[in-house]
Design a protein around this ligand. Sequence first.
Ligand code: AHG
Ligand code: MN
Ligand code: MN
Ligand code: MN
Length: 324
Amino acid sequence: MKRLDQVLASEGVPAELELVIDHVMIACKDIAYKLGQGELAGILGATEDENIQGETQKMLDVISNDLLKDILCDNPYVKGVGSEEEDYTIAGNPNGKYLVTFDPLDGSSNIDVNLSVGTIFSILEAPADDRTGDDQGVFLQTGRKQVAAGYVLYGPSALLVMTTGKGVNLFTLDRNVGEFVLTKSGIQIPEDTAEFAINMSNQRFWEPEMKQYIDDCLLGEEGPLGKRYNMRWVASMVAEVHRILIRGGIFMYPYDKRDPSKAGKLRLMYEGNPMSMIVEQAGGASSTGRMDIMDVQPKGIHDRVPVVLGSKNEVAKVVAYHKS
Ligand code: AHG
Ligand code: MN
Ligand code: MN
Ligand code: MN
């Protein structure tokens, strides 16, 4: 079985970028080990601190964040990093070629109940200007500019799914040798689905168009969508996206009138964009409901974005509801 470095070399990934990805993997392998220790390592539970999102940080949010931040800010090719758990972007090497944004632990409300969590990462090229990596301005590029994106899903097995723009590959962590090995290449999302993922308890906060689409799904065969829909909600975007990559589906965290930016809960730079690059590279679609997520121009490192992603024909239906 091919190792990750062999696959990246075969995709023509420059050695500097390969080293950045390798350092993300070193951190993720350590996160996987610590997650496996759980209570034995006394690292479950919450801290007393709140992140800039207004969420109480779990101990593993902070531990995972520090592992990624420390190794990447010490990488000669990383100009700076942005993280869900850091208020501002952090400078790495002023001459670094790459910028990395990450969600160190996605789905962290699952951690204390031993359910799936993940790490999401996105890599951009640093503009050749003299600004440093702690000036978030250098990060504010659309998702189309990403040179690589991926996630690690810490489930029964630890899986890496990533793309460098040449399709989507799946790697499984071989714990005996501590390497991610290629176990599926060229993943393609089924174009149609009858399975939606949304947090139904937020229904009263959605726009009418989203409410109408879900109401029509629930009408099943007799409704305008003409088929019986199933529902899933894992409360971990990485787990939802992985299920969709493997068997199709549509995942939505839509516009939410509670949020001041009205854009819902998910963050563009380290959730929306990396997952959109993966989904589009796997033949799926990813929209705010009104435009492709990867065309959204970020104004800040923690911008939120409404998310509708998955099987392309189902995403097209939801977009059509927003046009009507
Ligand atoms: P994070 O744990 O990184 O803050 O992200 C959690 C996100 C996403 O993973 C998941 O789809 C969504 O929050 C779940 O939201 P609810 O808890 O509102 O269902
Ligand atoms: Mn969080
Ligand atoms: Mn997240
Ligand atoms: Mn997170």
